[in-house]
Design a protein around this ligand. Structure first.
Ligand SMILES: [Zn+2]
Length: 109
């Protein structure tokens, strides 16, 4: 039951990002495919999402690090949203992209 028969306005890319990331983890390439926007544009919007969530006490941005397919090296120190080009441990270029998500954060009482 709803008392609002007016269709919701089309969501902006940033709203779609927030929505998708709250449900599951995605890479920027996956998000680009789901939203239908260039990956480069998704990365720019993601950077804004990271900044706005930094001030949000109820939600937290999650970054699952890139890792090397060949030796398993994980890029844990890396905070950039783009995929590294090469593994520093074994020099492989088979690098899995970082994945992002949004977690609800309940402050401790
Ligand atoms: Zn490696």
């Amino acid at each position: 039951m709803t008392d609002d028969p007016v269709p919701a306005p089309a969501l902006t890319i940033r709203q779609q990002l927030m929505h998708l990331l709250a449900g599951a983890k995605h890479s920027s390439r996956g998000l680009a495919a789901l939203i239908g926007a260039p990956e480069r544009q998704i990365e720019e919007h993601l950077a804004h999402v990271v900044r706005s969530l930094a001030r949000d006490k109820t939600r937290r941005f999650l970054l699952e690090p890139s890792y090397c397919h060949d030796c398993g090296f994980a890029f844990r120190e890396r905070t950039r949203l783009t995929t590294p080009s090469r593994c520093p441990a074994c020099r492989s270029e088979a690098i899995a992209p970082p994945r992002f998500g949004i977690e609800r954060h309940v402050p401790k009482q």
